[in-house]
Design a protein. Sequence first.
Length: 265
Amino acid sequence: MNTRIFLQISPERRGIILYTSVTVTGIRGLPLIQKGDDLPRLIIDKCALEDGDIICVASTIISKAKGYSRHLKDIVPGDRAMRIANSTDEDPRFIQVVLDQACDILIETPFTLTEVPCGHVGVRSGVDASNVEDGLIITLPPDPMYEAEEIRRELKTLTRKDCGVIVTDTCGRSFRRGQIGHAIGWSGMSAIRDFRGDSDLFGKTLEITEEAVVDEIAGFANLIMGESNNGVPVVLFRGIPEWSGHDALYFSPEEDIIRKALKKV
C-alpha cells in the first residue's frame, strides 16, 4: 500500500490560487532494482500520473539501473587514499572511489568533503555502500540533470502526461545533525523560486530572497523514502503550483565564500 500525506499550502505569489491541496505519495512495491531495469515503466506500473505531478527518484536506484557501481575487490587505492583512510579509519578502497568521483577536494579529514562534476558538494562524493550487495559500491549518476530529463521524457512518452522529475540524494548539513534530501538533478521546473523584485508585507522590495524549491521538495521526499529499509525510492507530489525562477542552484567558485574559506585552511 502506498503512503499518502495530504497538505494544505497557501502560496503567496501573485497569479496563484490562494489555497490548494498537495498530495505526497510514497510509491511502494517496486522491485529491488537491477542493472538494465526500466525505471519509468516500473514507476507507471505502480501509480497513475497526471499533468503537473512531480516525481522524486532516489539517485541510488538510478545508479543501480544504469550500472554506476564498482566492486571493492577491483579497486587499488593510491597513496592519497591510503593517507586519508588512515586518518579517517575507513577502507582505503572506498576512499579511492570517493577521490575518483570528485573533481575537487575541499576537506580531506576528519571527513572527505568533495565536489563532483555536476556541481554537487557533499561528503565522500555521494558514494554509498548501504542498501547494496556486500562488496559493491554505488556512485552518484555522473549527470543527474540528464537522468532527470531522460526519466521525464520517457514518462511522457509512456503516459502522455507532462510531469516534473527530481533526482534526490541525502546529505548532511553544516552546523546541524542529521541528513536531509537534496536535489542533484531536476527537469520540468526551475530549481530556484525567485522572489527578487516582489514586495514583502510592508511594501519593501525584496532584493536577495531566492527559495530552493527543488531542495524543499527533495527534503520532504526523503522523509517518505526513509534511510534504512523502507523500500520507497520514488515519491509522487501532486498539486504543487508552478513557480518561476532560475536554475543557478550552485554558487560559482567565485561566489562561494565558504569554499574560499575552506581552501585557506
